[in-house]
Design a protein. Sequence first.
Length: 458
Amino acid sequence: MSHHNYNQKDMTTAAPTSLEALKQKFATREARIGIVGMGYVGLPLALLFSEEGFRVTGFDIEAAKVDKLNSGGSYIVRILPESIQHAQKSGFHATSNYAHVAEMDAVIICVPTPLNEYHEPDLSYVTGTVESIAPHTREGQLIVLESTTYPGTTEELVVPRLESGNKLGLKVARTADDAGLHVAFSPEREDPGNDTVARHDIPKVVGGCGPIASELAAAMYGAIFRRVIPVSSPSVAEMTKLLENIYRCVNIALVNELKQLCMKMGIDIHEVIDAAKTKPFGFQAFYPGPGLGGHCIPIDPFYLSWKAKQYDFHTRFIELAGEVNTAMPYFVIDQIAAGLNEHSKSIKGSKILVLGLAYKRDIDDLRESPSLTILELLRDKWAKVAYNDPYFPTVGHGRHYALNMTSTPLDNLGSYDAVVIVTDHSTYNYKQIVEQSKLVIDTRNATKGILSEKILRC
């Protein structure tokens, strides 16, 4: 009722009124939130809003996901069905019908931004989503993109499509006097499997198309995150996300390269890192591995190098880091060959078990996992390959792989010529694995502290 009185008093300045009214709705948790993309980013975000008492609608084009969520189930290991059921009590439901966008006060886009086969950005999910929601947008709505992308995407790709696709002729509001849509970019900062930092304690960066959009996005995210960091534009927010991921990519490439040198010198890189990280300033520990996985680290640097070419700028440093990391599965194959060679065997015809498919420990996320590449490379060399992963009873085919395999039980390790630890899930008993195997290739230092001639650490 108070909102109604407010509007009557301020009939002349419609835009600020709707702005204040929407900020008030975020503060009182009355705002309706729509989240597009119920994956590893969108679903946790939906639950975070639900926990704060917001009514959330999850949009997804996959009918199976929508049905699963609406029946109170979950398809992500870390998210329990109880969490979905608890969210339903706050009004959470999922739909594939974009017409419901019209009922939302804010719409947050969390869809994948993969690379195509030429390592160029594939923004088809983003453009498809924006084109699907545009006809249902209405004045005063806040639209936020969270998908990782190159600087300029929000302004160059999202804004024009929202403006040309809506039926009311709405423009994106740039000032307090403008009516229309409010658009912002806020990068996701998901870290699957990380239980040390509570989600609401991860500061949220927001950059709006104009100060009003920034203010609204800050008000919305401020309701669920303890700290919001506004920046001057969507491009700054987009570049912030890329910097965070490129920082990791470059440092991981550095330790991956040093690991290879240390192996030649007979030095344990993990012992070196443990010693170096005792320095209380100027050093942060990064760890080598069999290659990068997940949606961000292997992909995001290429987004920037692609965009940089439009400015006649070559990101040599970033591309070199990408090359080093992309080469790691091939290095692992060389080490498997060397290990088998010591046993007078070749990869061709050898029985090899790969432990772990996920791109990192204790999660059910396959995206860009080095395990997939390693399995395919072993197959190409005519090895008899099997895998085990507690999170993946089967693996089919994805954008870059066609494996169609079933997880093998860990009951006859002695029958394999080599067991390769690619993902160091904490459920594995590494001491037992070493005891029962002929040869263990450890790409993750999972066997740290276990002394055995059978282990080849790489």
